[in-house]
Design a protein around this ligand. Sequence first.
Ligand code: MRU
Length: 370
Amino acid sequence: MAHTVPPTIGWSHDDGGSVRMIDQTRLPGEPVMLDCRDVECVARAIERLSVRGAPAIGCAAALGMALAAHRSKAADPHAMLADLRAARERLAATRPTAVNLFWALGEMDRVIDERAADGVDALREALLARAEAIVEDDLQRCIAMGHHALELIPPGANILTHCNAGALATAGYGTALGVIRAAHEAGRGVHVWVDETRPLLQGARLTAWELRTEGIPATLICDNVAGWVIARGEVDCVVVGSDRIAANGDVANKIGTYTVAVLAARHDVPFYVAAPVSTIDYDLASGDLIPIEERSRNEVAMLGHRASAPVCPDIAIYNPAFDVTPHELVAAIITEKGVARPPYDESLAAMKNRQDSSRPREESGRGGPN
Ligand code: MRU
């Protein structure tokens, strides 16, 4: 089928090179593209969620490093390394939870180590080539995840999802929404319950928009309706994405995911997580160690320009962007290398070295740019 979700993020050769992304803060209105011509613009785009979702943040960081090299006026590698160090530091300070950001910066570090001695032009080209490969690989990984997940999604399944783990959150196709897309494309006749996902409404603004754009049957619900539809037997499985998965299978994802996982367990509904292996942080033994971003009080206290809570004098507000679902509640983790089952310390460790099975599938189409 035709996918009409516009490109999430990519390199543009206009104006001597820029990072072009769909500005997700403007959705579900008409898609507006944002062109970043310097690293500060990319960093701010990550911070204010113009580009968001763990894999897309990783792509933005990689392209941001390529942009820093392109914009650097340095004539020798030594001077360029100083510019690249400053860019890296700025990008690494944007958002703490999604490990894909740090994974992508690590990939760019490797290119710098290997190619700096070849001169500034070679280094520029090598950084751009690696960044574009990261974007392309991400798309292929999502398609592979969708393929592997088909074994888990029965015909006619009602699937509940939280936040947006779609084409917009990746280089295209999506992780959790990639699983849903693949099932839809395979003719499984699925229907999606979309949690609106307070406070920033990624479910309502982005997931509902993607599903509507692509003609996948879906119903939008307030977050506090999830328990009711699960209790009434109207949900066959939950599929969500992740920002970071610890080595033991504990899963950080958008705030509210843990609540859904507990509800699913209460009613024997399988809770699945879809994420590329780059989302697994093998250095963290458990989810207790995952840094959780806290965001501005205004995201909770304001609805647009209107106060939705007492602001004078201010009510105390706690606004964590993510929570951690313990591995006991996770029925399976779908990666581009296959489906991992408990015990996760063993199955995820095995994924690390397994041959990458991500590959283009002609019949799958593409949910994104490349
Ligand atoms: O704050 P966000 O919108 O970046 O949070 C995104 C999520 O929590 C997604 O579910 C996660 O990054 C997986 S995206 C494939």
